[in-house]
Design a protein. Structure first.
Length: 251
């Protein structure tokens, strides 16, 4: 007749075994299977894993350099200097979005600075901003001239650095008045704040880049002898008019 004996083993891994003897006197120990982890144990393990992942993500974010390389002056840059690739360097930094997207230049933007003109002196290591340079015209070094103008005669004060303009001058008064195109394709070097509108005060100073000294003479004469108006020509088709207008004679 088979006999059964209950065995209990102690220690940290306590287990219960059942010894069974058959008729032949042979004994066999049958051990009870350990139960699967309960719901609380599973949830606890899951939370521990989530916490570990969060800690790892926070550490990775804290140790990753999220700064962007921006263009800085390699050495001191003087007013009126034409920029070359050797004048530029890069420095990693994190800028406010308003400055980063509208006024600063990244490594990918650096090519457009080559040939630009410095309109605000910069020290070595200083961030190159849109307000410090005038857009390159792709022409040889140009003549530059500055003169005051009412914003109402300069496209409402909305001209920006780098834009092309036509310089018109009106001479005479009444029926004897006539208007001529003094210069076509002049380039705006600077206004009150390059990349922004003129401030709206009468007598704003605008600086134009001209390709020849004769154009500079013509503009200077127009400013002193006539009434100057600037016409935005950026992206406009080539003009076909004669460049002069006279008021119709009264009948």
């Amino acid at each position: 007749m088979a006999e059964r004996e209950l065995l209990v083993t102690g220690g940290l891994d306590a287990s219960v075994a059942l010894r069974r003897s058959d008729a032949a006197g042979r004994s066999q120990v049958v051990r009870r299977r350990r139960p699967l982890p309960g719901g609380r144990a599973v949830i606890g393990g899951f939370l521990v894993a989530v916490a570990a992942v969060g800690i790892f993500a926070a550490y990775t974010s804290a140790t990753t350099d999220a700064r962007t390389p921006y263009v800085v002056a390699r050495h001191d840059l003087a007013f009126g200097q034409r920029i070359t690739a050797a004048d530029l360097s890069f420095a990693p930094m994190q800028l406010p979005s308003s400055l980063a997207h509208r006024r600063a230049f990244t490594r990918a933007d650096s090519a457009q600075l080559v040939g630009a003109i410095v309109v605000a002196p910069m020290a070595a290591g200083e961030l190159v901003q849109a307000s410090s340079v005038a857009e390159a015209s792709g022409l040889p070094p140009d003549e530059e001239i500055s003169f005051p103008i009412d914003p109402a005669r300069a496209v409402g004060g909305r001209l920006r650095s780098g834009e092309a303009v036509e310089v018109l001058a009106t001479y005479g008064t009444g029926n004897d008045a006539y208007t001529v195109v003094v210069v076509r394709g002049a380039r705006v070097v600077a206004a009150t704040e390059p990349g922004a509108a003129l401030s709206g005060r009468a007598g704003e100073v605008v600086t134009l880049s001209l390709t020849t000294s004769s154009d500079a003479l013509a503009v200077a004469n127009a400013v002193d002898a006539g009434q100057v108006t600037l016409v935005r020509a950026t992206g406009a088709p080539a003009p076909r008019d004669a460049g002069i207008y006279r008021a119709p004679s009264p009948r």
